[in-house]
Design a protein around this ligand. Structure first.
Ligand SMILES: [Zn+2]
Length: 118
């Protein structure tokens, strides 16, 4: 899902301190680049709290593990958390892209801009 967007967020090690995440609640930060441990999470007040179940779903999606994916039972709370994560990823990356277009326009000052493809 998120990974298919091509941004490959960090889901195994903490995206902040790069220590291996414990099998415990972590926080997803789009600007931070993935999951944050309890120590790093306060750095992004908007980070989405992810219980272990949600983290497993994210990893299954990122790994393209279809068997595991099919065996997962996605309850409403899990789905809502996943939705918030995807929304925050999209908002973050689209916003960044829009800002880079603004910067290019400002530099060129002529209105004709080539949109960067990343
Ligand atoms: Zn950390």
């Amino acid at each position: 899902m998120v990974d298919r967007l091509g941004y490959a967020p960090q889901l195994v090690d903490c995206a902040g301190c790069e220590r291996r995440l414990p099998e415990d609640t972590a926080w997803f930060s789009a600007p931070g680049g993935g999951l944050l441990c309890a120590r790093c999470a306060p750095g992004d007040p908007e980070a989405v709290e992810c219980v272990v179940r949600v983290i497993k779903v994210l990893r299954a999606a990122a790994d393209g593990d279809e068997d595991l994916w099919l065996r997962l039972r996605l309850d409403t709370a899990t789905l809502q958390t996943l939705e918030r994560i995807v929304e925050s990823e999209l908002a973050h990356h689209l916003d960044r892209r829009l800002r880079s277009i603004d910067v290019l326009r400002a530099i060129e000052g002529r209105g004709a801009v080539r949109v960067p493809v990343d």
